[in-house]
Ligand binder design. Structure first.
Ligand SMILES: [Ca+2]
Ligand SMILES: [Ca+2]
Length: 164
C-alpha cells in the first residue's frame, strides 16, 4: 500500500468518525416529545393524575416532572400551553414536602429560577406541590392530591442510529 493511499484512507476514516461524532452531538427526541436545548418535553394534557402519580409516570419514561431554569425555557413552554383541556394548571416537579418552604426539583437540579404567581406560595391548607398556570406561566403551590395534567422532562438522546 502506498503512502498516499494510506493517507487517503486515514483521512476518510477521520472524516467518517468526525461526522459521526458531530451528528451524535445533536440532541433529538422520541415521538411525542419536543426538543428545547438539550432536553425533551412531553405534555400530558388529556389524562389527569395527582402529583405523585404524575412524577411516577415521568419516571417510567426515564424522566421527571419538568423543572425550569430560565425565562427562555419557561417561555418555550408557555408558548405551547395557553390552554389545556385538563384545567387551569399543570404539574411541575417542584415540591416543599421535605421542608416547608424549602423548594426542590424532583430531577435534583438546583431550585434557583422562580416565578411565583401573585400571593404565592401561600401553603394554603398545606400545599406542597408546584403547578404552572397555563394562562400566564406563573407558579402556584398546590394541593398534591389534586388531579392535573402534567409536563415531563428528560435529557435529549445523543445517540445516532444511522451514522455510526
Ligand atoms: Ca408548602
Ligand atoms: Ca397556593
Amino acid at each position: 500500500i502506498s503512502l498516499i493511499n494510506l493517507t487517503r484512507s486515514l483521512l476518510a476514516t477521520l472524516s467518517f468518525v468526525s461526522n459521526c461524532l458531530l451528528s451524535a452531538l445533536d440532541s433529538h427526541c422520541a415521538q411525542g416529545w419536543l426538543l428545547y436545548g438539550d432536553h425533551c418535553y412531553h405534555f400530558e394534557t388529556e389524562a389527569v393524575k395527582n402529583w405523585q402519580n404524575a412524577e411516577a409516570h415521568c419516571n417510567s419514561e426515564q424522566g421527571h416532572l419538568v423543572s425550569f431554569h430560565s425565562q427562555e425555557e419557561l417561555s418555550f413552554i408557555t408558548g405551547l400551553i395557553q390552554q389545556s383541556p385538563t384545567g387551569i394548571s399543570l404539574w411541575m416537579g417542584g415540591h416543599d414536602s421535605v421542608t416547608e418552604g424549602g423548594w426542590e426539583w424532583t430531577d435534583g437540579s438546583p431550585f434557583r429560577y422562580i416565578r411565583w404567581n401573585a400571593g404565592n406560595p401561600d401553603n394554603y391548607d398545606g400545599e406542597d406541590c408546584l403547578s404552572i398556570l397555563v394562562s400566564n406561566g406563573y407558579w402556584n403551590d398546590d394541593k398534591c392530591e389534586n388531579k392535573r395534567g402534567y409536563i415531563c422532562k428528560r435529557r435529549g438522546e445523543k445517540s445516532c442510529s444511522n451514522c455510526c
